[in-house]
Design a protein around this ligand. Structure first.
Ligand SMILES: [Zn+2]
Length: 163
């Protein structure tokens, strides 16, 4: 509920309990936090597990809303370097570039959809090195201004008070 509130607070996205909708999101226990990206017909699962904090679940909700990881943007090479040799084998695809619209919104190291320095590291060394001195890369405490802007662009909305 807190994760949904985190998303609703600054956007027009709202959530309600399922009535008889045939397309819906089901939050269910999983091995970790996970979600597909974008709309899937019927029952669409968001997996949550004890290690998932509120911000992790908000991250998954943004995937469900259609947003890819920030560090997979096509223009990411200007901002970060991926160190493939440090990534746990089999997880390289989490770092692949994915085409998608960016709405001319600047690259955001602190997006709730950006990985941190050592995510999926096999050896404790960085998997992502930022090309400038940034702090808070990989944070999961809040939606940033650009996270909010992306939602507003795609869903054509402002805060609940604006619509
Ligand atoms: Zn993710």
């Amino acid at each position: 509920m807190a994760a949904m509130a985190m998303v609703s607070e600054h956007t027009c996205i709202t959530f309600h309990r399922r009535n008889s909708e045939s397309n819906y999101v089901l939050f269910r226990p999983g091995k970790g936090c996970a979600s597909n990206v974008g709309f899937f017909k019927g029952k669409q699962s968001v997996y949550v597990a004890p290690p998932c904090k509120v911000g992790n679940i908000a991250h998954e909700i943004l995937h469900t809303l259609g947003f890819e990881h920030e560090h997979t943007r096509l223009d990411r090479d200007g901002f970060i370097e991926i160190i493939k040799s440090n990534i746990i084998k089999g997880n390289e695809n989490n770092f692949q570039k994915i085409g998608g619209r960016t709405f001319d919104i600047p690259y955001d190291y602190t997006s709730i959809l950006h990985y941190g320095r050592t995510f999926f590291t096999s050896n404790g060394k960085p998997t992502i090195i930022p090309k400038k001195n940034v702090k808070d890369m990989g944070q999961r405490r809040r939606l940033t201004e650009t996270d909010i802007q992306k939602i507003i662009h795609v869903y054509n909305c402002g805060t609940c008070n604006d619509v």
